[in-house]
Design a protein around this ligand. Structure first.
Ligand code: SR1
Ligand code: MG
Length: 421
């Protein structure tokens, strides 16, 4: 069937032809279908059986343009294939944290998957000040499992090279190259921020040493084909409740630097942290305890990820005849290499986190915890803080010794009450 943009009225007839969907929904005579997508790119529907409303699925369709902008910004529908492939691959590696795909149709650029009806988008939970006791544990496990098993530390070299070739996602990568690594560091017409943000705060990102660092991170994003990434792992790509965590929406998946997924996630915890002065105070609460919990998530995600990544690596080396360093490897060389590897991964992570902080402050793809603040002065102060932290992380990424030092930089940014000269 030729591609057809489906709607809440036409989707039912399409789904009724599919045995895999019938198995999920049971009685499909009458279906309740609502379009619920509030993401930037795609259309998303909740579909349930009217006779058995507890049986439901999510359907996502990619249209040949960017939803946020409309038909003036054409975009390949190929992203749905990338997403279906990545969901299946990540689910095989970490089934407890990835939704099940029931059906994927390349011609229609459509995916039908598990409906996480008991879960909420993490970004919304963080704006409301909800504590999720197992969040850092779950997210660090997801990161370690997916990022380790896609890399040359685990895969045979030829398998990994084939994987790099078969997961090319150029158009979506170009969005990231522009929106995360380029536009925040220049006066681009698509940039958006508070009217009250002082020009001096924006111009700090135009300093040659900052632009140099951003260009270095862009180069790493474009050239370090280290593992299959989610590619857009912000807190809007995570669904949570008190006991479970799922990572959704990997349409930006491609082979890139390991630190990119980790860095994006940490940056979005940091925007949540730096915006609590507004969020909690509006709710009549002190921001302090929730901010402490958010910094614990930053620290817990990094240390949990690093520990599990190293454990997976050591476990794999222990049972492989020829490890990454060959069959003649010795314990001391292995230890040195692991240490250097993790050191570089940490500074990559901080550099990517910095670019994400900059673009979530100045770029067109805004985050609600900052952009929805109606008081221009209050929003501008938070933007000053996120930009300051972005600058510090970018410039110091190779010298920051550990995650505790990152938390200290975040606290210093939180304490700012204006733009540094
Ligand atoms: C056109 S908006 C692009 C952004 O939305 C996606 O969620 C990614 O974050 C991307 O950068
Ligand atoms: Mg998304």
């Amino acid at each position: 069937m030729d591609f057809k943009a489906l709607t809440a009225s036409t989707l039912g007839d399409y789904l009724r032809t599919l045995p895999s969907i019938q198995a999920q929904l049971g009685d499909m005579e009458a279906l309740d279908i609502v379009e619920v997508g509030d993401g930037n790119l795609n259309f998303v529907y909740f579909v349930s059986s009217r006779a058995q409303p507890e049986r439901s699925i999510v359907v996502k369709q990619a249209l040949p343009y960017v939803r946020l902008v409309g038909e003036d910004w054409p975009l390949t529908r190929h992203r749905a294939d990338r997403e279906a492939h990545a969901l299946r691959r990540f689910a095989a590696l970490c089934p407890q944290h990835v939704p099940v795909v029931f059906h994927a149709d390349s011609a229609q650029s459509l995916i039908a998957m598990q409906h996480l009806r008991e879960h909420l988008i993490l970004r919304k939970g963080l704006i409301s000040g909800v504590v999720y006791p197992q969040l850092a544990d779950h997210l660090s496990t997801y990161l370690a499992q997916t990022l380790f098993h896609g890399s040359d530390l685990y895969l045979d070299a030829d398998v990994k090279k084939q994987a790099v070739a078969s997961t090319i996602n150029s158009e979506l990568c170009k969005i990231t190259e522009d929106l995360i690594f380029t536009y925040p560091f220049e006066d681009h017409p698509s940039n958006l921020y508070s009217k009250a943000l002082p020009r001096a705060a924006i111009e700090r990102l135009h300093q040659p040493r900052v632009r140099l660092a951003a260009a270095q991170m862009k180069w790493a994003f474009m050239n370090q084909a280290e593992t299959l990434l989610h590619g857009d792992l912000h807190t809007g790509s995570v669904m949570v409740n008190q006991t479970g965590t799922y990572v959704i929406d990997p349409e930006f998946a491609y082979y890139g630097p390991i630190g990119f997924d980790v860095g994006l996630l940490l940056a979005n915890f940091l925007t949540a942290y730096l915006s609590q002065d507004w969020q909690r105070v509006q709710a009549g609460q002190s921001a302090v305890p929730y901010q402490a919990w958010l910094l614990e998530q930053v620290s817990g995600v990094w240390t949990g990820f690093a520990d599990q990544f190293l454990a997976l690596w050591a476990g794999h080396e222990a049972q492989a005849t020829t490890g990454f360093m060959g069959s003649g490897r010795d314990a001391q060389s292995l230890a040195l290499y692991r240490q250097a590897f993790m050191r570089r991964l940490f500074s990559d992570t901080l550099g990517f986190a910095a670019c994400e902080l900059a673009r979530r402050t100045l770029g067109m793809a805004q985050v609600a915890e900052i952009a929805a603040i109606p008081d221009a002065q209050a929003r501008a102060l938070i933007e000053i803080r996120t930009l300051h932290l972005a600058e510090q992380l970018l410039l110091q990424r190779e010298h920051i010794g550990d995650i505790a030092a990152v938390l200290e930089l975040a606290r210093q940014a939180q304490a700012l009450d204006g733009v540094a000269a």
